[in-house]
Design a protein around this ligand. Structure first.
Ligand code: GLN
Ligand code: ZN
Length: 774
């Protein structure tokens, strides 16, 4: 074997800056506090910092054009000139104003700032990037769409790095994935039909990159891990037949990630590209098949570090696993890389000065992963002593983590191992329960309620921040929250709502609030990850066995219920949502972690029942987002997700009504699973899709009660009584009257009181008008 290091590569690094510099620069520019030059300056500094850091780690293939001011899919749309007419683009270079209008919408009244007399324009839609918690802007394409190379950002960034003496590998979003992610507008058509029109733009760009001095480009086609039909596979074949030949001497590393190539393996390996990157974290089993069938001379990039999670890697184990492949193919045909772009992990663990030292020694963020990569790259040739040390350090940390009492709680493990089917089963079937519950609750027809949270005003947030800083005592904070809660209860009574909520004023976030009270969770100070644009999140870290040391919500519920005769819902976040919005330990299956969380929340459900709650809502906002990318994996996910929900909910008696809430309207394909959750009442989003989702209930008779949202809480608009009544009339065509609840689409925390109050008044009036008509 060669004594040389193996080539190392990253596919992309976080863009936001260690101190969230990008966010602050964006927001300052948007608010007019600073100008575009200041923003572009910050962006350039961040890029330089990223390149230099990777260079310092000795990474051989350093990406460029992985940076974006807002989103890389939006950048691609702009690059190829796919700019919808409503933005008034004149065909020249795309201004930042237009770019941000596509990202965030343009208000009608500040149209004066925009060019060409354009008035308000809504933003592009936003949706989840594969199964990550990153959201991209959905490009809009028309059937007669034309494309033109409109931005040369990839070339500019390549040259910018070159000027710093750093030779980079530009990253492009591949044309097939781009078209597949785009949405057809002005009539339904297959966006892939636009491929022949789009490819010349990519060709032109590749030529420009080669001319600027690039020898490799990374082209991302993560669509290769999805279920593809023959037409889609053919699109990939023809795209790369054309692009692979486009520029002699310019090599393409085709990057796939987020899953196994599976039945697209042959297709992927036969594309006319020089290298193929595969995700060996999500799909370690594909290593042998890929290595065995790769073409002669083709470079394989092995995604062996987790680009989606934050755990330190077992470097010696990785080395041993890939050694035979390197031996067989030759070191010069192998690259080592994270599984995907490190966009999905925080930047630097060193910033976490307050994290438990043991936990910290088990983690690796993007900077630390670069270090790991560099060690792995040098782990095959002559063994430098520092490499050997790094390998054994990593092994020691992994062993310490596995044995740690901070991770292992024998009582939790025993309890989870003993879970049996009877704990996932309510005592009686819904019809029996419903009779008991209705007798207890005595609600009117079409009962009205809300989803849980009320506006988190700046006073509420300020009080929480002051309490965290120590400027507001716990006692004063508590009485402040009590006053807010009391105000909310009084207002709800006055508004005539039937089932009340306490308002969630004490909660910072529906997952964090619970994570902070559960054992096995840790929180960071600086570990931000981009969710979309300038919105970043700090997901909780589930590092150990999960349990609930004490009740988390009972006191607040009791307080709220003490103020009123009307039922107040207990309000909890469900186990699947907590799991899907956290960094999850990788030494157990997600299903097993979820089961532990379910047991902890189950304890809270039982305590709320004991305290007297007649209704308990368990939110599963993120259940659908967790669906695997491949249809064939759905069943197994849904099986354990639904089991976890049922385990959480089934500890109560018939007379306790369990609600759940889900934040979306696409239900048709998982309606059986949703019904299998066996919640007594479910509330869902429907108002934006004008109850289209209720199509799901045409062929499937949903057995329990359901509140299809009639108030779109995503908009400041106050819907009228008739409008909401119409939606309900529509819902009655699919659902029987005794099934139907009346509620908004989701929680109201992002709205203002002066929107919420009239909207809820109208909603109650709509329910009353329905009662009269019934
Ligand atoms: N109870 C939560 C709230 O109202 C639910 C939010 C959600 O599902 N996203 O805020
Ligand atoms: Zn919701």
């Amino acid at each position: 074997m060669s004594q040389d290091a193996i080539t190392t590569a990253t596919l992309g690094v976080p863009r936001i800056g260690r101190k969230r510099e990008l966010k602050f620069a964006l927001e300052s520019c948007w608010s007019g506090k600073s100008d575009e030059t200041a923003l572009l300056d910050t962006a350039q500094k961040l890029r330089a910092e990223n390149w230099k850091e990777q260079q310092a780690h000795g990474i051989a293939r350093i990406p460029s054009n992985d940076f974006s001011l807002y989103d890389h899919v939006l950048d691609t749309a702009v690059m190829v000139g796919a700019i919808p007419a409503r933005y008034g683009w004149d065909g020249g270079p795309v201004s930042l104003d237009t770019y941000f209008a596509m990202a965030r919408g343009r208000q009608g009244d500040d149209a004066a700032r925009g060019c060409c007399g354009v008035t308000g324009a809504s933003a592009l839609e936003m949706t989840k990037w594969f199964d990550t918690n990153y959201h991209y802007m959905v490009p809009e394409l028309t059937a007669d769409q034309t494309f033109a190379l409109t931005s040369k950002k990839p070339v500019e960034h390549f040259l910018e790095a070159k000027a710093l003496g750093i030779h980079t590998r530009p990253v492009l979003l591949g044309p097939v994935t781009f078209l597949k992610l785009a949405k057809p507008v002005g009539g339904d058509f297959d966006t892939l039909a636009l491929l022949p029109t789009l490819l010349p733009v990519y060709e032109e760009l590749l030529k420009a990159l080669a001319k600027a001095g690039a020898d490799w480009v990374q082209v991302d086609e993560p669509c290769l891990v999805l279920d593809l039909d023959a037409g889609e596979q053919q699109a990939l074949v023809s795209a790369y037949a054309q692009l692979g030949e486009a520029v002699p001497g310019l090599k393409i590393m085709l990057a796939t990630y987020f899953g196994a190539l599976g039945d697209n393996l042959d297709c992927a390996l036969n594309l006319a590209v020089d290298g193929l990157h595969v995700d060996l974290i999500r799909a370690p089993e594909q290593l042998d098949a890929v290595a065995a069938t790769a073409r002669k001379g083709q470079v394989l990039s092995l995604g062996i570090l987790d680009g989606r999670n934050i755990w330190r890697a077992d470097l010696a184990a990785i080395r041993d696993r890939i050694a035979p492949v390197i031996e067989a193919r030759g070191a010069n045909l192998i690259e080592l890389a994270p599984s995907c772009s490190m966009l999905h992990v925080p930047i630097d663990l060193d910033l976490e000065t307050q994290l438990d030292a043991d936990l910290k020694s088990w983690l690796a963020f993007a900077s630390q992963k670069m270090g790991e990569l560099s060690v792995l790259g040098r782990a095959f040739g002559g063994r430098a002593p520092e490499v050997a040390d790094a390998l054994s350090d990593a092994s020691r940390a992994i062993a310490a983590r596995a044995a740690s009492s901070k991770v292992n709680d024998p009582a939790v493990q025993a309890r989870a191992a003993a879970v049996d089917a009877s704990q996932m089963q309510r005592k009686n079937a819904y019809t029996v329960r419903a009779a008991t519950q209705h007798a207890r609750l005595r609600l009117p027809a079409f009962p009205t309620t809300t989803i849980g949270s009320f506006p988190q005003t700046s006073e509420v947030r300020k009080a929480r921040a002051a309490n965290a800083r120590g400027d507001l005592s716990d006692a004063d904070y508590k009485s402040f929250i009590e006053r807010e809660t009391e105000g909310a209860i009084r207002w709800q009574e006055g508004a005539g709502l039937d089932v009340l909520v306490h308002g969630e004023f004490e909660r910072n976030d529906m997952v964090q609030y619970f994570g902070e009270k559960l054992s096995g969770f840790a929180f960071t100070k600086h570990a931000w990850v981009q969710s979309y644009g300038s919105r970043y999140v700090r997901p909780p870290i589930i590092f150990g066995d999960v349990s609930r040391p004490e009740a988390m919500t009972v006191a607040w519920w009791k307080y709220a219920q003490s103020l009123t005769e009307k039922p107040v819902k207990g309000m909890l976040t469900g186990p699947v949502t907590i799991l899907n919005w956290s960094f999850v330990r990788n030494d157990m299956t997600r299903a097993d972690v979820c089961c532990q969380i379910a047991l902890a929340i189950r304890d809270e459900v039982i305590d709320l029942e004991e305290a007297g709650a007649a209704i308990i809502q368990i939110d599963e906002a993120a259940l659908r987002e967790g669906l695997p990318l491949r249809k064939s994996d759905w069943k197994s996910y849904l099986d354990w997700a639904i089991r976890s929900f049922r385990l959480t909910a089934s500890g109560v008696g018939d007379e306790t009504q369990i609600h759940t809430h889900m934040c979306y309207s696409e239900f048709n394909d998982i309606i059986d699973a949703v019904a299998a959750m066996d919640a007594d009442v479910i509330s869902i989003e429907t108002s934006r899709s004008r109850m289209e989702l209720l199509d799901a209930f045409k062929s499937f008779k949903y057995p329990n009660e359901i509140g299809p949202g009639v108030y779109d809480i995503h908009s400041p608009r106050v819907p009228g009584v008739d409008e909401m009544a119409d939606l309900l009339v529509h819902a009655r065509k699919r659902l029987s009257d005794d099934q139907l609840w009346v509620n908004p689409d989701c929680g109201l925390k992002t709205r203002k009181w002066d929107e919420v109050k009239p909207a809820i008044a109208n909603m109650v009036a709509a329910a009353r008008s329905l009662r009269q008509r019934a």
